[in-house]
Design a protein around this ligand. Structure first.
Ligand SMILES: Cc1cc2nc3c(=O)[nH]c(=O)nc-3n(C[C@H](O)[C@H](O)[C@H](O)COP(=O)(O)OP(=O)(O)OC[C@H]3O[C@@H](n4cnc5c(N)ncnc54)[C@H](O)[C@@H]3O)c2cc1C
Length: 711
């Protein structure tokens, strides 16, 4: 089977300078631009737009831009909310909507190869007809593309079970000005895997032209239910318990007291709606209009007095609603529901209604902002994340910063064993100064509270400075790769990390070791990456803990040999990384649990600077719980159905009772014995980084290949 896209005779590269075509890709959905539009100002139109159909035409487009002295802006569907694809007058926009073919599904390997311009919903429809799904379900699924998900590190509504888009992305092909690039599982032997940097590069490195994604079978059973908890901390504790128990819920969504009240979720509300600032404002207006004497006067009261509205909201009571879901094989769902019970003991069971209503309305969301802009206000969202130990501080700090300017509410919907994201929805009076001040203060608050400034919306223009501050001296890794792949700085220049942001000073070297610190709430340990991993295991065991992953050599060496296809499971093998460059500059990056603050620079940093600290995932050590090797047996669910993985064997991450659904082979070595090598760890040592590869032509056949077709 050919690895190349469909053997159609390509037409010549289509381009246009017609005003209507240029208007269509003038901007994305950054609310600041919408606010300016409502005030009569438009971002500049690009100079030209091109619609390539294959890699060759993408290369032609890049050459065309170079010949004409234009910068290049890749354009998916323009649903980005941070200004990543907007506002360049001197640009050739490479619009990928004609590269919209699904190339091959491999049901055995559970992978699908896709061109970047496929809309998310079209891909899911195509896969569903064949019994599969990626399960990537952003609210924008009808108006966003696979290439955009990779470029902006998107996350969908079922991320707690299936991972964010980074986790599903197994391999990618891209065209950079310096040549083609193969990353992830397609990385040519001996070369540095640049998938972590390509994913999240927001069009500023290369045009992503093909991806290999993990897929899962459509679930046989879906279980959804609502619970009321007395307050946020009690609900956080339940969520954390569920995730750290080795259960893999598909949906974990918690609404703050205001949103819970507006949806009447805990009072048998009939119409659950996804929270958004548009809905919030219209409901607040209805509430104001319902007060005799106020009708017709104070429609803008909620926005004029955000402090008052926020403190009134604070007096609504503390009860919060949680929606929980499990899906998959019936036996696995039943086992997980039972195991979840004790973690939900502090909650009041609301029955299946809230969950089923949410599921039915999960995409009928977030399009209600227009009336706010028309009425002279603005609405926007901000998604941050932190380890469990910092979640409350992050929530309080960012909420206070936004609340000084606008009416704000929040929900929590991307949940991990190590931490959680917070999604703030807010609306305020439509002044640009208010917009800018709100964002500056909220981003600074997120950083000061130890969170990441973006969990899944990416960086764009909005968060460029904040992302550069978060990356600190690690930005050098980006600059080095950018200079190599895009030597003329033609790809979306200045986006992600602005050139003039001085790197924040890095932290001093850590003391002690081999275990520097343990964050028990977040099941994370900061360890010496140069230390013998047995010494780390022994010290952790003394505290009743064990690392979830057990490399056979020091972490610093193991992580730099790691390739995208080396781990059986999708979870991150490491979180924060601290490293020092030869000139003494140091960087600490990668706050748990996930971040979309530009590309993942951690692996590149480990290769280029001296690693001083890595933060690794833990499990509570229980000698009664063996390390598990799951082997499918007749009649038992495939281990990959218990928890989505790419490979058939999975050595960690299950609740033991759940794992008992498949045949289990205890393989826990006695304490103190050398750790085993996982069979999936590559045996060769790190090779020097050489990212540019010749186009390989035919690649290993991933399995049966349906004829490429438009979804
Ligand atoms: C109503 C609404 C709901 C949303 N809900 C979610 C959600 O639930 N989860 C979530 O993660 N996001 C959400 N978003 C944000 C947005 O949908 C995502 O950021 C999405 O990943 C953008 O995809 P796109 O195809 O529209 O990309 P675009 O907006 O076209 O581009 C985004 C960035 O990626 C670059 N890019 C696009 N395609 C390529 C390519 N092939 N190669 C290289 N660079 C490329 C662009 O240059 C730009 O910098 C939402 C947005 C809206 C408007």
């Amino acid at each position: 089977m050919s690895h190349a896209p469909a053997s159609r005779k390509p037409s010549p590269l289509r381009t246009s300078r017609a005003p209507l075509d240029l208007d269509a890709c003038r901007r994305d959905l950054w609310p600041r631009d919408t606010l300016r539009l409502a005030q009569g100002a438009l971002p500049p139109a690009p100079t030209e737009v091109a619609w390539p159909e294959d890699d060759d035409q993408v290369r032609q487009a890049l050459r065309r831009a170079a010949d004409q002295g234009l910068v290049v802006v890749p354009f998916g569907a323009g649903s980005g909310v941070c200004g990543g694809a907007s506002g360049r007058g001197d640009a050739l926009v490479v619009d990928l909507k004609r590269m919209n073919r699904v190339l091959a599904l491999d049901p055995d390997a559970r992978t699908v190869r896709v061109q970047p311009g496929v809309l998310g919903q079209h891909l899911e429809d195509w896969l569903a007809r064949r019994g599969f799904m990626t399960a990537h379900s952003p609210s924008s699924i009808w108006c966003s593309t696979v290439g955009g998900y990779a470029a902006a590190r998107s996350a969908g509504q079922f991320s707690s079970r299936y991972g964010v888009f980074d986790d599903m992305l197994l391999a990618a092909r891209a065209q950079a000005p310096a040549g083609p690039l193969l990353a992830g599982a397609w990385t040519p032997p001996g070369e540095e895997d640049l998938l972590p940097v390509l994913c999240g590069s927001e069009g500023a490195l290369a045009v992503v032209t093909e991806v290999l994604l993990r897929v899962a079978p459509l679930p046989a059973t879906r279980w959804l239910r609502g619970y009321a908890f007395p307050n946020l901390p009690t609900a956080w504790s339940a969520m954390r318990g569920l995730m750290q128990a080795g259960l893999w819920p598909s949906v974990v969504r918690l609404y703050d007291p205001l949103d819970t009240r507006l949806n009447r979720t805990t009072q048998g509300g009939r119409k659950h709606k996804e929270p958004d600032a548009g809905g919030l404002l219209s409901r607040l207006r209805q509430a104001v209009a319902a007060v005799p004497g106020l009708q017709g006067h104070l429609a803008d009261l909620p926005l004029a007095l955000p402090g008052l509205v926020n403190s009134l909201a604070g007096g609504l009571g503390s009860e919060v609603a949680l929606i929980l879901g499990f899906e998959g094989a019936p036996e696995a769902v039943a086992a997980q529901v039972e195991l979840a019970g004790p973690h939900l003991a502090a909650g009041r069971d609301l029955g299946p209604g809230p969950g089923e209503r949410w599921f039915a309305h999960r995409h009928s969301v977030s399009y209600k902002a227009a009336p706010i802009f028309i009425a002279g206000g603005f609405a926007d969202t901000m998604e941050v994340a932190a380890p469990w130990s910092r979640l409350e501080a992050l929530h309080d700090a960012v909420r206070a910063a936004i609340g000084r300017h606008g009416v704000v509410m929040a929900h929590f919907s991307h949940v991990y064993p190590e931490g959680c994201s917070i999604y703030f929805s807010f609306a305020a009076q439509g002044r640009l100064q208010t917009y800018d001040a709100l964002w500056t203060e909220a981003l600074a608050a997120a950083r000061a509270a130890g969170g990441t400034v973006t969990h899944h919306h990416g960086v764009g223009q909005l968060k460029a400075r904040a992302a550069a501050r978060e990356a600190g001296a690690a930005v050098r890794v980006w600059r080095e790769l950018k200079a190599r792949l895009d030597p003329e700085d033609r790809m979306n220049p200045g986006r992600i990390f602005p050139g003039d942001e001085p790197p924040a000073p890095g932290p001093p070297p850590p003391d002690g070791g081999p275990v520097f610190a343990v964050d028990l709430d977040s099941t994370l340990a900061e360890v010496d990456p140069q230390a013998d991993p047995r010494a780390i295991e022994e010290e952790l065991a003394r505290r009743g803990l064990a690392p979830r992953i057990r490399p056979d050599r020091p972490w610093a060496r193991w992580l730099t040999t790691l390739r995208r296809d080396s781990l059986d499971a999708w979870e991150a093998p490491l979180f924060a990384v601290q490293a020092r460059f030869p000139d003494g500059a140091s960087a600490r990056i990668g706050p748990a649990p996930r971040s979309a603050a530009g590309p993942d620079l951690r692996y590149g940093l480990l290769r280029r600077a001296h690693p001083e600290l890595v933060q690794i995932p833990l499990r509570r050590f229980d000698p009664a719980v063996p390390d598990l090797v799951l082997r499918p047996r007749p009649g038992a669910p495939d281990a990959r159905d218990l928890r989505p993985t790419w490979r058939k064997d999975d050595r960690w991450g299950f609740a033991p009772e759940l794992a008992a659904l498949a045949a289990t082979v205890p393989s826990e070595p006695a304490r103190g014995t050398p750790p085993r090598r996982s069979p999936s760890v590559p045996r060769r040592d790190a090779a020097p980084p050489t990212p540019l590869a010749p186009d390989p032509g035919p690649s290993p056949d991933p399995g049966p290949s349906p004829a490429p077709e438009r979804p």
